[in-house]
Design a protein around this ligand. Structure first.
Ligand code: F6R
Length: 607
C-alpha cells in the first residue's frame, strides 16, 4: 500500500534519488505518485495519477531543486486516484508538505472544523487535514515537531506521517502509529521510509521507529522521542543482512520469477535458524492450553499446512483462523494460558497486527513468524522467528510462503521431540527429509518450468479452474488457486477434494480444468477416486504428482512431476512450486505484469 520515502542531506539535489526509491517501493501497490522538495524558501512539487515511469515521462520527476525531500506512492482509500488526491498534500500557504500511509478515521469531523476556520482543501483525502492542522499549530508559534505531536493527539486511526516545512528547511519529522516507518542512516544523510529496500542501495544501517514515537531527521542526526510524554528514545542502528542486489531483478524479467528461483536458497537459509531459537518458540506453544494460527492470504495457507504438520508430527492441533475474523470467532475466550502464532511475511498486515494486539490484550502469548526484522508484528509479539527469504518484491508471495512452511516444519519437529507423539527415530527421518528440500525444490523448478510454460499456453484462456487436495494438500491447492487468480485473473478455487462433490463439481463439464495435488501420502487412494469422478464428467485433469507415479500420471491429461523422497507432511513445499510457475506463465501469456497485479498491494496496511 502507500509507500513513503524522505531524505535529508547536506547538499545535492535529492529528487533523482527519491524517484528511484519510489521505484523500489512500487511493489507495495499504488495508483499515483508525488515528490516534494524544499529549496530557497519554497516547496517544489510534482505529482500525478499513474505509474511512476509514465508520470516521469510527463513531468520529469528528477527535476526538482533541493537537498531535502519527500516522495509517496498512493494506494487510494479516501478519494479516487487523481492528481489532486495524490500526495504530498500542502497547507493553505504551501509551506508545509505531508505524506501519509494509513487511514484517519475522524477526518470528516476534523475537516469540517478546519473548513469552518477558513482552511481550503483541494483533495478528497483524509490525509489533507494533517498539513492544515500542523499549519494551525505552527501559526501559534509551535515548531514542526510540537505541532505534529499535537496533531497526533487529535487524529484517530492509523498512520505513518512524514512532514517538512519551508519554515524549518533543514529537517523533517516523522511519526507513526500502526503503519511502518524505518530510518536509514548514512554519514551526513538520513532516510525515512515505509520499507528498507527504498534506501538499501545507500545503506543497510537502520533505526526502528515504533508506534507512538516521533523522529526528527536532519543531515547530521536523528532524534526520537515518545509522543505522549516527550521521553527521549536512544536506539542503536542495526545492520540488516539484506543486500541491494537482492532487491533488484538480477537478469530475470520479473521479481516473481526471480523469487521463485530463489526458493531453494531461501529454504536452505531458513533451515539454518538455530535449533535453540526454534525450541524456544516450541516451548511457548507446547505449554499453551489452546493454540491458534492467525494470518491472511498466502500466510493463511501456511497456517493451514502448519496445522497438519503440528497435528501429524506432534499431536498438537492448532486452530488456523483468518486474522481479520479472529476477534469475531474467539469471542474473547483467550487467556494467558493460550498461544497465538501470527504468520505474516511483511510483518505489517494490519488485520494480523490487530488480531495479535487483541490476543495480547486478553493475555495470550503471541509468537510471530515474519520475514522482516523489526516489523510491526515483532513489536507486538512475545517471541519472533525471522524467516530468511531476503526481500520479496513481487506482490504475489512465493519464497516467503516456502520459508513460512519451513519454519512451521522446524517447530513441528521441535514439538515432536518433546511430545513424543512420534518416535525419535521417525523425528530424525523427518529432519533428514526437511534438509533434502532445498535440493528437491531446485530440481522441481528445473524439471517443471518448461512444462508450466507449455501448459500455460494451452490453458490460459480457461475462465475457471478448480484446485483440489486432501490433508496438507488442501493448503497447496488453495495457494495454487490464489496465485492464479491474483496475477492472471482466471477464476480459481482451492478446495478439499472431499468437499468437491458437495457443490464445486457442478462447475465441471467437458474440458473444465481441475488441478489435483497428489503427493504419495495417506490421501492418495481417495484422490484417485476424486480424479475418476471428475474424469467421468469430462474434466481435463492437471496433476502435481510424484515422479514415477504412473497411476496418477496415467489418469491425468497433463501433469507436473516432483522428485521422490518428500516427507508427506512437508509436501506443500515442493508441490506448490509448479503451480506458482503455471500462474506466472499464464499471467505472461495474457499480457499481465505478474509483479504488479491490479488492486493488490504487497502489504495490506488498512483493515
Ligand atoms: C498473496 C499475497 C497476500 C498476502 C497477504 C498477507 O500472494 O501476497 O495474500 O499473503 O496479504 O500478507 P503478509 O504475509 O505480509 O501478512
Amino acid at each position: 500500500m502507500c509507500g513513503i520515502i524522505g531524505v535529508v542531506q547536506k547538499r545535492g539535489d535529492v529528487a533523482p534519488f527519491l524517484h528511484q526509491a519510489l521505484k523500489r517501493l512500487e511493489y507495495r501497490g499504488y495508483d499515483s505518485v508525488g515528490i516534494t522538495t524544499v529549496a530557497n524558501g519554497h516547496l517544489y512539487m510534482k505529482k500525478e495519477r499513474g505509474r511512476i515511469d509514465e508520470v516521469h515521462r510527463k513531468l520529469n520527476l528528477d527535476d526538482l531543486p533541493g537537498s531535502i525531500g519527500i516522495g509517496h506512492t498512493r494506494w487510494a482509500t479516501h478519494g479516487m486516484p487523481s492528481m489532486l488526491n495524490s500526495h504530498p498534500h500542502f497547507d493553505c500557504k504551501d509551506q508545509i508538505a505531508v505524506v501519509h500511509n494509513g487511514v484517519i478515521d475522524n477526518f470528516l469531523e476534523l475537516r469540517s472544523k478546519l473548513s469552518a476556520r477558513g482552511h481550503t482543501f483541494s483533495s478528497d483525502t483524509d490525509t489533507e487535514v494533517i498539513p492544515h492542522m500542523i499549519e494551525e499549530f505552527m501559526n501559534e508559534g509551535q515548531d514542526l515537531k510540537t505541532a505534529m505531536k499535537n496533531v497526533a493527539l487529535q487524529i484517530e486511526g492509523t498512520y505513518a506521517v512524514v512532514a517538512m516545512t519551508t519554515r524549518e528547511p533543514d529537517k523533517m519529522c516523522a511519526m507513526r502509529d500502526g503503519n511502518p516507518l524505518v530510518i536509514g542512516e548514512e554519514e551526513g544523510v538520513h532516510y525515512i521510509s515505509s520499507d528498507i529496500p527504498a534506501f538499501l542501495p545507500k545503506t543497510n544501517k537502520m533505526i526502528l521507529l515504533l508506534d507512538g514515537e516521533i523522529a526528527t531527521l536532519s543531515a547530521d542526526g536523528v532524534e526520537i522521542e515518545k509522543i505522549s510524554d516527550a521521553t527521549k528514545v536512544l536506539r542503536e542502528a542495526i545492520k540488516v543482512s539484506w543486500t541491494a542486489d537482492q532487491a533488484e531483478r538480477g537478469g530475470f524479467p520479473h521479481f516473481m520469477l526471480k523469487e521463485i528461483h530463489e526458493q531453494p536458497d531461501a529454504v536452505k537459509n531458513t533451515l539454518r535458524i538455530r535449533r535453540e531459537v526454534i525450541a524456544e518458540a516450541a516451548e511457548i506453544i507446547r505449554n499453551a492450553d489452546r493454540v491458534y494460527m492467525i494470518a491472511m492470504g498466502t500466510s493463511g495457507h501456511a497456517a493451514v499446512a502448519g496445522q497438519h504438520m503440528f497435528g501429524s508430527l506432534a499431536g498438537i492441533l492448532p486452530v488456523p483462523e483468518l486474522a481479520s475474523d479472529f476477534s469475531d470467532t474467539v469471542y474473547d475466550r483467550l487467556s494467558s494460558r493460550d498461544c497465538v502464532i501470527a504468520i505474516t511475511q511483511s510483518g505489517e498486515t494490519t488485520d494480523t497486527i490487530a488480531a495479535a494486539k487483541y490476543a495480547k490484550r486478553l493475555g495470550a502469548k503471541v509468537v510471530a513468524i515474519t520475514n522482516v526484522v523489526g516489523s510491526s508484528i515483532t513489536q507486538n509479539a512475545d517471541y519472533s522467528l525471522i524467516t530468511q527469504a531476503g526481500p520479496e518484491i513481487g506482490v504475489a508471495a512465493t519464497k516467503t510462503f516456502l520459508v513460512q512452511l519451513t519454519v512451521l516444519a522446524q517447530i513441528a519437529l521441535a514439538l515432536a521431540e518433546t511430545t513424543q507423539f512420534i518416535d525419535d527415530y521417525v523425528v530424525s527421518q523427518k529432519r533428514a527429509g526437511l534438509l533434502r528440500l532445498p535440493e528437491i525444490v531446485s530440481e522441481t523448478i528445473a524439471r517443471n518450468e518448461e512444462r508450466a510454460r507449455t501448459l500455460a499456453a494451452a490453458y490460459y484462456d480457461r475462465p475457471s479452474f478448480l484446485f483440489l487436495g486432501r490433508g496438507v494438500s488442501v493448503a497447496t491447492a488453495k495457494e495454487g488457486a490464489l496465485k492464479l487468480k491474483e496475477i492472471a485473473y482466471n477464476h480459481a478455487e482451492g478446495y478439499s477434494a472431499g468437499e468437491s462433490k458437495h457443490g464445486p463439481i457442478a462447475l465441471v463439464q467437458d474440458g473444465y480444468p481441475v488441478v489435483f495435488v497428489v503427493p504419495r501420502d495417506g490421501t492418495r487412494s481417495r484422490m484417485i477416486g476424486n480424479i475418476m469422478e471428475m474424469k467421468a464428467r469430462g474434466a481435463s485433469i492437471l496433476s502435481v504428482a510424484e515422479r514415477g507415479d504412473e497411476e496418477i500420471c496415467g489418469l491425468s491429461t497433463q501433469y507436473f512431476e516432483i522428485q521422490t523422497g518428500v516427507e508427506p507432511e512437508f509436501s506443500t513445499i515442493p508441490f506448490v512450486v509448479p503451480l506458482q510457475l503455471f500462474s506466472y506463465y499464464v499471467a505472461l501469456k495474457k499480457g499481465y505484469d505478474p509483479d504488479k497485479p491490479r488492486n493488490l498491494a504487497k502489504s495490506v496496511t488498512v483493515l
